[in-house]
Design a protein around this ligand. Structure first.
Ligand SMILES: *Cc1c(COP(=O)(O)O)cnc(C)c1O
Length: 231
């Protein structure tokens, strides 16, 4: 499954490099390095590769599918109580129960129906994952996320109608576009709405995202190698 992924020995070294690049990018932007956190994205990666990263000190991880995360993470979380798991892929309302039980941060809240389902499940269980709203900054029809111009009203709806605290915004820029304008747009929206957290930037552009204010960058390939399975 992971023939092209990095060997065990490589993962700690790649992780160290990415962390160093994050620190340098934060310093170059005049920010405290501790304000830019690394979410290590482990989708398609086997538990052994994840354990190498945990052993090297990484604590924040991201998965894009609830079902895949359920297969890998309960055992890892039982062994390491201080892990923080982020959901970075689309969430169907029929998976809300599982998602609330497993994830510490859900980054992909993007519609009223999902807000309602999350609010009900959080109330029922008393478990309150932190929530980010995903914004479709490129307004791509096939992509998840709320439209930029609807974001402020949606955050208000989440808070006032559903009683959900929203911590920040997340975006995935269009593949074929320069990401800077998308990072700038997300930062502008967060500022206007008064949200502190910004999840943006991946392996190819996380330094740029930090320059635009990212507080979480989501990096997979640069740490774990090329994914063989489609994501
Ligand atoms: C896979 C994924 C990433 C990581 O992408 P890389 O290019 O491998 O760093 C980041 N964010 C989301 C939402 C993803 O699905």
């Amino acid at each position: 499954m992971s023939a092209e992924s990095h060997s065990a020995a490589e993962i700690p070294e790649r992780l160290r490099q990415v962390k160093e690049e994050i620190v340098l990018a934060a310093e170059a932007a005049g920010r405290k390095p501790s304000t830019a956190e690394l979410v290590a994205v482990t989708k398609t990666m086997p538990a052994a590769a994840i354990e190498d990263a945990i052993e090297a000190g990484q604590r924040i991880f991201g998965e894009n599918r609830v079902q895949e995360a359920q297969a890998k993470w309960p055992a890892l979380k039982a062994l390491h109580s201080d892990l923080e798991l982020h959901l970075i892929g689309p969430l169907q309302t029929n998976k809300v129960k599982e998602a609330v039980a497993l994830f510490d941060v859900i980054e992909t809240l993007d519609r009223p129906k999902l807000a309602r389902a999350l609010a009900e499940e959080m109330k029922r269980t008393g478990k309150r994952p932190r929530l980010f709203v995903q914004v479709n900054t490129g307004e791509e029809p096939q992509k998840a996320g709320i439209a930029p111009e609807e974001t402020a009203d949606f955050v208000t709806l989440c808070r006032d109608t559903f009683g959900l605290a929203i911590d920040g915004l997340m975006c995935i820029p269009p593949l074929d576009e320069e990401p800077s304008m998308h990072f700038a747009l997300l930062a502008k929206l967060a500022k206007e709405i008064g949200l502190d957290e910004l999840s943006m930037g991946m392996s190819g552009d996380f330094e740029k995202a930090i320059a635009f204010g990212a507080t979480y960058v989501r990096v997979g390939t640069a740490i774990f190698g090329t994914r063989v399975l489609l994501d």
